[in-house]
Write a protein of this length. Structure first.
Lengths: 649, 320
């Protein structure tokens, strides 16, 4: 192809496309990177606008080195997720400064497509997919412009061509999206910093940690129940189980503590549900207390906490069954019970003394539990998101001085008291509650629903869940945190109950978001097999999918080819058919068209031969010639010609 | 070695549309398509993007990769459609003198009611390193003319040969091409001899007398400025001395008396030199608007003047 140096219009299109790609990235770029890239875009535009030469290599080379060093200093390397994406953006910006030829432009367009996909590492929301479509359209229109060897195309034509290419590509996209055999990733190791900035439950608990998490209105997971959801008081979502206490911080049991798996007797009706969990960068798979049928590919620890094999770096879906009515670990291993009694040797002596006094009074374990709960209920304990800071003796200070705390304070203090009184106990963290969205009929569980409670081991009853928070703030369990502490509401503005209209808008948006997650973002190998097998009614292999994909793409292309090539030709055939009718009518009158005779010449001859029809023949010939050779073909002109010829006698 | 290893030019075996009647139609049996270099590179970028989407399980990444794949497939169709069913016809090719640039017009017509963008034409195989392809837009239902130039080297018919029509529009990812052979040829006149050589004096042996005898009978009617090739006997030395510059006497009869350019009487080392000299004489005689006849071994043109006579004579010389 004859090459042409792209002009100012091509530069405009390209810059618009790259700007849109950068918009996808702005929210996560370091400020200096975002500003540099924008400055480069503006610089390139000004150079093109004022027809100034592009900067020389001795300006660009140092800038390139500087950009590399900047990224290196910022991220201590070039190969992390953030570092490599920002480096790519900067390099594209610098390449822009020396882009002269069509080749350079094509390279930048392809780079733009690539950078678009990199944006999805950070956000795959519906909004970013909309920006992605506009950016792709703009880059494609740029490609149309630079591919014309003469140039000077009308921008509307460029836009129309790009739009029709993309729109006609959409059926192929759907076929490929549905049928391309999905491989479970990753193919290679994912950079370390991928999980950065994700929030969620931690595997430790100390005063203030959960209340901090609770301030986030972000969604932790969504649950779809097969039947009716369990009542709010049973919505305990089991997360990390914490055994070890160092006087301040609760942590999980040692990984090498291989206790016998706690036995489980489930009673009553099972609850079946599907959880769509947002990425947390942790291994915990949240499940309704008490899980009886576990999700695939999960690990069950002896304390019935369920872990995934790898940290959850992307949204996952899993199915499980739980029984809210159960008996757990009646035959608990003695060494496990021993671990559930362990306390640090020093510290928190007042609490220790209090619990010992309960034990020495000869009360049964059940009575001791009740005593502790009564203490919370009857004394001036407050449930608050912003408790005062605690010092070196957190349990003592909380129980005897401040008496203001969030769930982790109550759960931690309660378990401490139980252990001091000789009752095996442990802390369970997770989520409690959730908001039912009537639009999609699913439960939204947010980070603000994070919760901590206790399990105590009682003879004959096994591990029993005790929620000391319920003693202080029963509404927390029944109605959620918004009702329990209305003044410290952590929920996003839209999600609050104060404005019913906003609330319903929010729930609708969340239902759309949920559907988007389910059908677009989480369409993975499992979903693909599930959907296609249910459609075909048989188990499919990936080879079946590959064949189906190719067949459907070929069919779509044939269909497109048919319409693309048939459309106009049909129109021309109709025109010729009409004119043929006219010729036939004239033939009956004895006027025959010579092979070399054009329609206008023939029309003149026919008009001379049939003076009484001269006007009609002239109009028909003229209109036909206009439509046939000048392409002045509209629906009206076709109708007019049809009428003129049909009524010609 | 390198020459021995050189692959045969496989494109010679591809079908060529020949102009059976007037127009050559590029139907689907005569159109070929391959990705361009940019197209291969685009495919490579798509593969990279697909690998990234799989690795990071980016659903929207899949959406974008598949959208671009769909776009590329549709682009293939559109590029093909941009050339398909195009009609090509030989346009004019004005005669040139050997060594000049010959221009072939190729008239491309759309009959499908679609504007064809950026359709290019070039000789295939490329006959001249300097020959650039010509790219034109063809209006829907109309025609446009692409002009291909090539330097002519030898007198005679210059065949345009096989012409490659191709397009990469709209995205430059695919190269769609077809070959046409339109039988368009350009007449290349011989290269005129560089220096002006006097017209031969003996005009017609059969006419029993030279130009001088004829000239002697005619009336003097004026002067004109000397041109190389004028007989020294015609120069009006007196008048030349009075005015500036050399003047040649012109006689009524001399203007009408026919010059005879005879192949047999033309000096020259070989045929080409003779032809070249004869061409120069014809051009000079035409510039003087004189009647001249041309006698070639196989043909004779009676004395005459005017453009068509000149063209006939030059054509005879070109094809000698």
């Amino acid at each position: 192809m004859k090459t042409r140096i792209p002009g100012i219009n091509d530069v405009r299109w390209l810059l618009a496309g790259l700007c849109l790609v950068m918009i996808l990235h702005l929210h996560h770029f370091a400020a200096w990177v975002a500003l540099s890239v924008l400055a480069l875009l503006v610089w390139r535009y000004l150079l093109a606008h004022f027809r100034r030469p592009l900067p020389r290599i001795y300006i660009l080379m140092p800038l390139t080195v500087l950009a590399g060093i900047g990224i290196m200093l910022n991220y201590h390397g070039l190969f992390g997720r953030d570092a490599s994406v920002e480096l790519l953006a900067l390099m594209l910006g610098l390449k822009l400064m020396e882009a002269r030829t069509r080749r350079d432009f094509l390279l930048l367009i392809f780079g733009g497509y690539f950078l678009t996909i990199a944006a999805f590492l950070f956000s795959q929301s519906m909004a970013s997919s909309a920006v992605m479509l506009v950016a792709t359209f703009t880059l494609t229109a740029t490609m149309v412009g630079v591919s014309h060897p003469v140039g000077g195309l009308d921008w509307r034509f460029q836009a129309k061509t790009a739009a029709s290419l993309l729109l006609q590509g959409i059926p192929i996209m759907f076929a490929l999206f549905l049928l391309f055999p999905r491989v479970p990733g990753p193919l290679w190791s994912i950079p370390q910093d991928t999980g950065k900035g994700m929030s969620g439950l931690s595997d430790t608990m100390e005063p203030g940690e959960i209340s901090e998490l609770t301030l986030s209105g972000e969604i932790a997971f969504r649950v779809q129940f097969d039947g009716d959801p369990p009542p709010p008081s049973q919505r305990y979502w089991r997360g990390p189980v914490l055994w070890q206490f160092d006087g301040r911080k609760w942590t999980m049991a040692d990984a090498d503590a291989k206790w016998r798996e706690e036995s489980l007797q489930a009673r009553g009706d099972p609850v079946r549900y599907t959880i769509t969990m947002e990425p947390s960068n942790r291994n915990f798979m949240l499940l309704l207390d008490m899980p009886t049928q576990l999700p695939a590919d999960s690990i069950l620890r002896s304390d019935r906490q369920v872990l995934s094999k790898d940290p959850i770096l992307r949204r996952i879906r899993y199915q499980a069954t739980s029984h809210p009515d159960y008996t757990l670990g009646r035959d608990a291993a003695p060494d496990a019970l021993q671990a559930a009694l362990h306390l640090p040797d020093t510290g928190n002596s007042r609490s220790l003394a209090l619990a010992r006094s309960w034990a020495e009074s000869g009360r049964t374990p059940e009575a001791i539990v009740q005593t502790a709960l009564d203490m919370f209920r009857e004394n001036e304990f407050y449930y608050t998101l912003r408790p005062p800071r605690l010092g070196q003796q957190p349990i003592d200070e909380f129980l005897f001085d401040t008496r203001r705390g969030f769930c982790e304070h109550y759960a931690g203090a309660f378990v401490y008291l139980m252990r001091a009184a000789g009752i095996p106990a442990r802390v369970v963290t997770g989520y409690q509650g959730g908001e039912l969205n009537p639009v999609g009929n699913y439960l939204i569980v947010r980070q603000s629903d994070a919760h901590a409670w206790a399990e105590v081991w009682l003879q004959e009853r096994g591990w029993v869940r005790i929620d000391p928070t319920a003693a202080v703030a029963p509404s927390r369990i029944e109605y959620g945190i918004e009702i329990a502490i209305p003044n410290e509401n952590p929920l996003p503005l839209l999600a609050r109950n104060s404005n019913p209209r906003m609330k319903s808008l929010y729930l609708n948006l969340d239902a759309i978001d949920h559907a988007w997650n389910q059908w677009v973002l989480d369409y993975n190998q499992e979903r693909q097999m599930e959907l296609l097998s249910s459609l075909t009614g048989s188990r499919l292999s990936w080879q079946d999918l590959a064949v189906a994909m190719m067949v459907s793409v070929v069919l779509i292309v044939l269909l497109l080819a048919y319409f693309a090539l048939r459309g106009q030709r049909l129109g021309r055939d109709e025109l010729q058919r009409l004119y043929g009718l006219f010729l036939k009518k004239l033939r009956h009158k004895g006027i025959i068209r010579m092979p070399q005779e054009g329609p206008l010449a023939f029309g003149r001859r026919a008009a001379n031969a049939l003076p009484q029809h001269a006007e009609r023949i002239g109009r028909i010939s003229d209109l036909y010639a206009q439509m046939r050779y000048r392409d002045h073909k509209t629906a009206e002109s076709t109708e007019l010609l049809k009428w003129l010829i049909r009524t010609f006698k | 070695m390198a020459r021995a290893l050189k692959l045969p030019n496989w494109s010679r075996w591809l079908r060529t549309t020949r102009a059976a009647h007037a127009d050559a139609l590029l139907d689907r049996r005569h159109i070929y398509i391959l990705p361009t270099r940019a197209g291969w590179f685009f495919g490579f970028v798509l593969l990279l993007m697909l690998a990234g989407s799989i690795n990071y399980t980016l659903s929207l990444g899949f959406v974008l990769v598949f959208l671009l794949t769909g776009m590329a497939i549709v682009c293939m169709l559109h590029t093909w459609r941009n050339l398909a069913h195009l009609q090509a016809r030989a346009g004019r090719a004005d005669p040139v003198y050997a060594g000049e640039t010959a221009r072939f017009d190729i008239v491309l017509t759309d009959a499908d009611g679609r504007t064809r963008h950026a359709v290019c034409a070039r000789f295939d195989p490329a006959q001249d390193d300097t020959a650039n392809p010509t790219c034109i837009d063809i209006p829907a239902g109309g025609s446009a003319t692409a002009t291909l130039s090539i330097r002519s080297r030898r007198r005679g018919w210059l065949q345009a040969g096989r012409i490659r029509l191709y397009t990469e529009f709209p995205l430059g990812l695919f190269h769609v091409w077809g070959y046409v052979e339109l039988n368009n040829r350009c007449l290349v006149y011989p290269r005129p001899a560089d220096s002006h050589i006097p017209f031969p004096s003996a005009t017609d042996r059969r006419n029993q007398g030279g130009a001088d005898t004829v000239a002697g009978d005619d009336d003097f009617f004026g002067h004109r400025s000397y041109q190389p090739g004028d007989s020294p006997r015609r120069i009006d030395w007196k008048a030349s001395a009075r005015k500036q510059g050399i003047l040649t006497k012109q006689f009524q009869g001399a203007a009408q008396s026919a010059l005879w350019f005879d192949w047999a009487a033309t000096p020259g080392n070989d045929d080409e030199q003779r032809i070249s000299r004869l061409t120069r004489w014809i051009l000079d005689a035409a510039a003087l608007d004189r009647n001249y006849g041309l006698r070639l071994p196989n043909h004779e043109f009676a004395p005459d003047s005017g453009p068509s006579h000149m063209q006939q004579c030059l054509q005879a010389l070109a094809l000698l």
